[in-house]
Design a protein around this ligand. Structure first.
Ligand SMILES: [Ca+2]
Length: 255
């Protein structure tokens, strides 16, 4: 019996050591793949953005036959949709920052890859997304046919301005009629610090994105915490439950 208790204790200690590591690895695995397909974003929070705070309810809207009150809502019943705003999502998995943008079909809208500002606790690092070689992504580029283009993420500011970001990838999908074009990208958080040494990548509270060409406000990030402490706390709960179960089993045998 003493040997069994010792054996179980050793097993639990091993679990205690291994589980936090496994959890930390699991939390770093992401559901997002940069491949030009966007169904991997479907379960994540999103928001509707535009260059100015346009309303989603329009009084006296002429629908072709009469004046109505026009209300723009999305498939989840939330205010706004692609008719009048861009759809955006920001995600962080503990190592990479991910961004998805789908451009509104509002006339005059187009993908803009310049001046992508990321804020970590209000400290900024800025990037630009380009075709290979550094050419702008924008609505005036009619040379590019509808397709998925794997494009480049470049540093915008600092001594490394316009250098391609190591570890970053991006896909730009140009759709027929140049409407609702989409972009997804990932940038390693370590690249933020490379550009702005004031940014703390080990511990922070808020991660935000802002592009003055596409939006009037910042959006905040979703995703798991960077802190392995959460993983450890989570595993402490698991180990506690295992200990309790084993104690009950032992008592059952002793009875
Ligand atoms: Ca994808």
């Amino acid at each position: 019996m003493t040997f069994n208790v010792l054996r179980k204790t050793i097993c639990l200690l091993i679990l205690f050591i291994i589980l936090p590591t496994n959890y930390a690895i699991a939390s770093a695995q992401t559901p997002i793949t940069i491949d030009g397909y966007y169904n991997d974003w479907s379960g994540l929070p999103y928001s509707w953005e535009y260059n100015h705070n346009n309303p989603y309810i329009i009084e006296h809207f002429w629908d072709g036959t009469q004046n109505i009150t026009k209300v723009y809502t999305d498939e989840n019943g939330n205010p706004y949709n692609l008719e009048i705003r861009h759809k955006m999502a920001l995600y962080f998995d503990g190592e990479y920052v991910y961004l998805h943008i789908q451009i509104s079909d509002k006339p005059g809208s187009g993908m803009n890859g310049e001046d992508y500002r990321f804020y970590v606790d209000d400290k900024m690092a800025a990037f630009r997304v380009t075709y290979a070689g550094g050419d702008h992504l924008n609505k005036h580029d009619k040379k590019t046919e509808p397709s998925i283009y794997f494009v480049e993420v470049r540093h915008r500011d600092g001594g490394i301005s316009n250098m391609v970001v190591e570890g970053a990838t991006a896909a730009f999908t140009k759709n027929p009629d140049d409407k609702n074009n989409e972009l997804e990208l990932k940038i390693p958080l370590s690249a933020f610090k490379l550009q702005n040494n004031e940014i703390s990548i080990g511990e922070f509270n808020l991660l935000e994105f802002y592009c003055p060409n596409l939006m009037y406000r910042r959006i905040a990030c979703s995703g798991v915490s960077t802190s392995p402490i959460i993983g450890i706390a989570f595993c402490l709960v698991i180990v506690g439950v295992v200990l309790y179960v084993n104690k009950r089993k032992l008592r059952g045998k002793e009875a």
